[in-house]
Structure formats: C-alpha cells, structure tokens
Design a protein around this ligand. Structure first.
Ligand code: HEM
Length: 452
C-alpha cells in the first residue's frame, strides 16, 4: 500500500494552546491528512477553529476514553455534523439525551452477538443471489456490487424489505445526499435549502426519494395483517413509551429506519471494497485466505457457524479497518464545562475525533503503514490502550451494529472469495480515498472476476 502523503496547507506551526487560523481550507481539502498533521505537529491534542466554532482534536487514548466513555454525558452529538440530521432526523446516530438512551435500550437486544447470528443465513443468501450472474472474465464495478449486497441485507434483515426494484434509485439518492451533505458541512456559508439552486434541488429530490421508500415500508407494515415479522421494524413498532404508553410516531420510525439504512450499508460495503483492494495487492494474504476458506468451508457457503473458525478472514477485516476506518470522523459538543486529561473544555466547544491518526501511529503499531493482518493474531493488540484502536467507536455512542457488521463482512468476503479471484482491470489507477460520510474508494473500484 502506498502511504497517504502528509501535507496540509493552512496549518501554522503554532503551539497547541493557540487557536490555529486558516484550518478550514486544510480540513476541506482532506480531513484525514488534516487530523494526521495536527497530531504530528501538536501531539496529544490540538485546538483550532473552523469559522466561529472552536474545536479540540484529541489524539491521546486517555483523553479520548474520557470524552467517549467515562465523561460521555458531558457531550452531545449536536454541532458540526448537524447536516446529517436532515437525513437521519432523530434516529439513533444523531439523537441525544433521553431520546437516545430510550431508543438505544429498545434496539440494543436486537444487536447482541447472539441475536445477530440468526441473520447469517440471509447474509449468505443475499450474497449468493447477487453474485449468481457473475461470469468468468467479466469486468464489474465492485463498489456497486457491494452496495447492492449490503443494502439488500440490511433491508431484508431489519425491515423484511425487498429493495431490488428500487435499488438504482436508492443508490443514486444516497450518492447525491452523501456528496452534497459533506460539501455543505465543510462550507461556512451555506445556501439555504429553500433557494432553488441546482444542488439544492438535487438534494431535496434525493431526500424525497428516500422518504418515499421509508414511509412506504412503514405504511405497508401498518396495513399488513401480519404486522409482527420478528424484525427490527416490528420491535420499533411494538415499543411503547414507559411514561405515557404511546407508540413511536411515523416520524420517529422513519428516522430510525433511515438511520439504519445509512449507518448499516455504506460502512460495510466500503470496508469490504478496501479489503478486496488490499487482497488484490497482497498475494500472500490472498493465499492464506484461500487456504482458510478451503479448510474451514470445504466448498460449502459460509454461515454464522463458521464465524469463529474464519479467524484470518476476521483479521484481514480488522487490519482493513485499521488502515481504512470507514467511520473515520465523528464529533461531540460539550453541553457543560468539563475537563479532559486536566484540560478545561467549555460548554459549546467541540471535539473532533478520528481513529485514523492513532491507527497510523508507530507508538501503537509496528510499521503502521504496512498491511499486516497477522498483527491481530498475537496478544499485542489486546495490550494496547483502549482507545488506540477504535474503528467502531466506544462508550454509550459506540457502533450498535459492530457484531452485525463483522458477521456480515466475514460472510460476504468469504462467499465471494471462495468462488472468485478478483483482479483490478488493466490500467486501473491505484485506489485512493475520498473522505465523504464514510471513507470511500474514489471513483469506485473496477475488477475482473475469475472463477477459482
Ligand atoms: C464496518 C462497518 C461499520 C463501521 C466501521 C461503523 C462505525 C461506527 C462508529 C465509529 C460509530 C460511532 C460514531 C460516534 O462515536 O459518533 C457508529 C455508530 C453507529 N453505527 Fe456503525 N459502523 C459500521 C456498521 C454498522 C452497521 C452494520 C450498523 C447497523 C446495522 C450500524 C449502526 C450504527 C448506529 C445506529 C450507530 C449510532 C449508535 C449510537 O449513537 O447509539 N453500524 N458506527
């Protein structure tokens, strides 16, 4: 893998307790390079300003643990990432306070390691069906295929919804929203949505397309005689408020569905795309994977029962998440005055948090730029400080879908890999990233598929 260059314009070499001006340009150019550079220049934390907002970027595992775990109640997720709320509303990713705690309590039991095992069969079935027409020697868009598979899985397992007829429309809508929302979040002066610019019209029409899909799912379920399907939608629809015994409004249901769709497909699709990209570049890793798939699966499709034994497959994914953490950036805003590692943080000040600079630090990882799944085989990783490696976040706002994601990725990766060898199409440029809502392979990845 070629290391990403470290350079960022607009950063001055001021001491970390000075608010750095001119950060917006560097942040807009590439937030990952920006965060790495802050870490390299300032060490454990840095202070900077994006427009009027003061931020702290944290790189010290202890400070991160305080911010995300032990003092999590001093922070909310409002603030710089509010644009995402247009899509997810008050769903789990962006809600705060009591509403978040209640919704998390309702949803959590459906995401335990034990519970998600039941989705293994559907994960395998979707992968088999959607790769069923792959032909030896054919060129395909890997990123599109992985979108189709992961979306099919989240839609069927969570909401018993067959998305096949709407898939192109949904993919296009998510793509538009992703690009436009990220651009808006990185701009200080945003053109209000009621002004009919071309970009605003595209944004609103994409939001409307997704709303139609999601409200359609809810309406159909409300009409259905057989409304209890045992899926996540049934759990949400059956939940009643402890205080007034009311059920969830269609709006809250819409927000939770939209949140699961958003959080639950692109993160896994892109991690898998990066994993295949690494495997195509590292033949030794591919050989070890093929050996494991033959030994553990012996030609049968993978399922939840194989998960533990597919340990090298898991390690390839853990290593991919280290170098390409799809949830590469998050934020918090202090809702009261507090301290992190003795550093005072005032109410209204914000935190910018990325696992990437820690994942790339030689303090925690030997030869950090090398793709070496073996590093997850020994106990070294277990002895790292808690927040030196955190692709799924930590604390009360950690990823609720982490077990779902790992099982899904292992099944998709092994299902495709045991049957097909993927090769970059000749002349394919090295894949670089685009820091959108998740860490996205820029321009997609095109491959030739060969039957093994
Ligand atoms: C490789 C796959 C995935 C990665 C890397 C990932 C990463 C993350 C991270 C870092 C967070 C925490 C963000 C923060 O601290 O602000 C998060 C939260 C969340 N993730 Fe994931 N995620 C993945 C897959 C999934 C899947 C498959 C689902 C759903 C099935 C999901 C649903 C959620 C939800 C609902 C939250 C918000 C939790 C809360 O605030 O209570 N994620 N994810």
């Amino acid at each position: 893998m070629s290391p990403q260059p470290i350079s960022a314009s607009g950063l001055s070499g001021l001491p970390k307790d000075t608010f750095v001006g001119g950060s917006l340009k560097a942040f807009r150019e590439d937030p990952l390079v920006f965060m790495n550079e802050l870490h390299r220049r300032h060490g454990d934390y840095a202070r900077f300003r994006l427009g009027p907002q003061k931020f702290y970027a944290l790189f010290d595992p202890e400070m991160l643990k305080e911010a995300m775990v032990t003092k999590a109640d001093a922070f909310s997720k409002a603030g710089a990432f509010d644009e995402i709320k247009r899509l997810t509303g008050e769903g789990l990713v962006m809600s705060n306070g009591e509403l978040h705690d209640r919704q998390r309590r309702i949803l959590q039991p459906k995401f335990t390691r034990k519970h998600i095992r039941r989705y293994g069969e559907q994960m395998a079935e979707s992968t088999q069906r959607l790769t069923g027409d792959w032909v030896h020697g054919q060129q395909r868009s890997l990123t599109h295929d992985l979108f189709a598979i992961t979306f099919d899985i989240i839609a069927r397992t969570m909401f018993s919804y067959d998305s096949s007829e709407q898939l192109d429309r949904i993919e296009k809508a998510f793509d538009s929203i992703n690009r436009i929302a990220v651009e808006k979040m990185r701009t200080l002066v945003r053109v209000p949505l009621f002004i009919p610019t071309g970009q605003n019209r595209e944004y609103l029409s994409a939001l409307q397309s997704l709303d139609e899909v999601v409200f359609g799912i809810i309406a159909k379920r409300r009409e259905s005689a057989d409304s209890d399907r045992g899926d996540l939608l049934s759990v949400l629809m059956d939940a009643v408020d402890e205080t007034d015994q009311s059920g969830m409004s269609d709006r809250q249901l819409r927000d939770e569905l939209m949140t699961m769709f958003l959080a639950g497909h692109e993160t896994t699709a892109h991690t898998l795309a990066w994993a295949f990209d690494f495997v195509m570049r590292y033949p030794d890793v591919e050989n070890r994977l093929v050996e494991e798939w033959e030994r553990v699966l012996g030609g049968t499709p993978p399922g939840a029962e194989h998960f533990n034994e597919l340990s090298y497959t898991q390690n390839v994914l853990w290593e991919t998440l280290r170098l390409r953490p799809s949830g590469y950036l998050t934020g918090r805003t202090a809702i009261k005055d507090t301290e992190l590692g003795g550093l005072p943080i005032k109410r209204g000040e914000a935190l910018m948090i990325s696992p990437y600079p820690l994942h790339m630090s030689s303090r925690y990882f030997d030869d950090p730029e090398a793709f070496r799944p073996e590093r997850f085989e020994n106990d070294d990783v277990k002895t790292l400080p808690m927040m030196a490696y955190f692709p799924f976040g930590a604390g009360p706002r950690s990823c609720i879908g982490n077990h779902f994601a790992m099982l899904e990725m292992v099944i998709i990766f092994a299902s495709i890999g045991q049957k097909f060898r993927l090769r970059h199409i000749p002349g394919h440029p090295p894949v670089t990233y685009e820091a959108l809502m998740t860490l996205t392979p820029k321009g997609g990845i095109r491959v030739t598929v060969e039957r093994r």
